[in-house]
Design a protein around this ligand. Structure first.
Ligand code: FAD
Length: 306
């Protein structure tokens, strides 16, 4: 059995954490070949991941911006001999794998949170309220990995690295431009600490309290959908069913009620702390530490003490 794992890259740079978690998920299935759309540096970095047997990379410029059709064609062209084809369930992985599966005429299994055996996978459904067990008889299993469900593998290995060509530009879609929000903060999906604010903050200006607490802790910032919809922060900070899924060591939810759609994105966090003035708020049902308090009193005090 052999696994082809599409590494997560952004403009040719390896997203190390997401790729390391995906390797951790698939390594039990057989020999792992990591496919990198990027340069030799990205490939060499992927080759250090424990459990990787081989890294294949392509620096074809048609792949640089991760256009789905171009990347998917590369995956399909390299798929011979693999029983499993996987990628992290990121925005790009979720877009590319269905195309790959369609080209191979098999189904795609999304958001795999546990691999039971070579044919059987567990994945959350109903916003994480139920776990579905899926058995596939397809000749190739194409699936995306919920990275927050797997600890990253260590690095220190040195797998063989091989450069391959690309398939060029399919001419189906074109890259226009990227608008990137620059931040010195850790990436939300891989941060060890996340401080999230909800509607309880009351305004974008008050969200500065969340910034100050995150600064003290070296944390990433998250938000509930209500905070995003109210315009307090940008929507790339949204945590939950229709936002990002995170599982940090510490998740601090401030002024967030704990709707199931929010919990779907953070309930696997190692330690959950909730600050809410309503002692009946559902967030307290999953919190390890709960503080019933007015956030406008508790946060300045906490920041001061830290
Ligand atoms: P609220 O539910 O309004 O809670 C605010 C909390 O702040 C309350 O508990 C209140 O007691 C507390 N509070 C108020 N003032 C203070 C104060 N001074 N001090 C302390 N506490 C205070 N939501 C997400 O978050 N992520 C998603 O991905 C998501 N996806 C969704 C998908 C679908 C299809 C649907 C239908 C909904 C989705 N939602 C999502 C929305 C979700 O149902 C909730 O509406 C949302 O999570 C509520 O956000 P909130 O907790 O910030 O706001």
């Amino acid at each position: 059995m052999a696994v082809l794992l599409l590494a997560e890259t952004t403009d040719g740079v390896l997203a190390f954490d997401a790729t390391a978690r995906a390797v951790s998920a698939v390594r039990g299935l057989g020999e792992v070949t990591v496919l990198v759309c990027g340069d030799k540096e990205a490939a060499d970095r992927a080759a250090t991941l424990d459990g990787v047997s081989r890294v294949v990379f392509s620096s074809d410029p048609a792949l640089t911006h991760g256009l789905v059709e171009n990347v998917a064609e590369l995956v399909v062209s390299r798929s011979d001999g693999f029983a499993h084809i996987a990628a992290p369930a990121t925005t790009s992985g979720k877009a590319i794998l269905p195309y790959v599966a369609a080209r191979l005429d098999v189904m795609v299994i999304t958001d795999v949170a546990e691999i039971v055996d070579a044919e059987t996978f567990k994945r959350p459904i109903y916003a994480g309220n139920a776990i579905q067990t899926v058995r596939s008889s397809d000749r190739v299993k194409v699936f995306s990995v919920r990275t927050s469900a797997f600890a990253p593998v260590a690095d220190g290995a040195s797998a063989q690295v091989e450069q391959v060509g690309g398939n060029g530009d399919r001419g189906v879609s074109a890259f226009i431009e990227n608008h990137l929000a620059r931040s010195d903060r850790p990436d939300l999906t891989s941060a060890k600490i996340v401080v999230s604010g909800g509607r309880g903050l009351g305004s974008g200006e008050n969200f500065a309290l969340i910034d100050r607490l995150a600064d003290k802790l070296g944390a990433a910032i998250g938000a509930s959908r209500a905070a995003v919809d109210s315009g307090y922060v940008a929507n790339d900070l949204q945590v939950g069913q229709t936002g990002k899924v995170v599982a940090p060591d510490l998740y601090i939810a401030v002024g967030i009620s704990g709707a199931i759609q929010h919990l779907a994105g953070m309930k696997d966090s190692r330690i959950i702390v909730a600050i809410n003035k309503d002692e009946e708020a559902p967030i307290f049902e999953i919190a390890d530490f709960g503080l019933v308090a007015d956030l406008f009193e508790a946060l300045p005090e906490l920041i001061e003490k830290l």
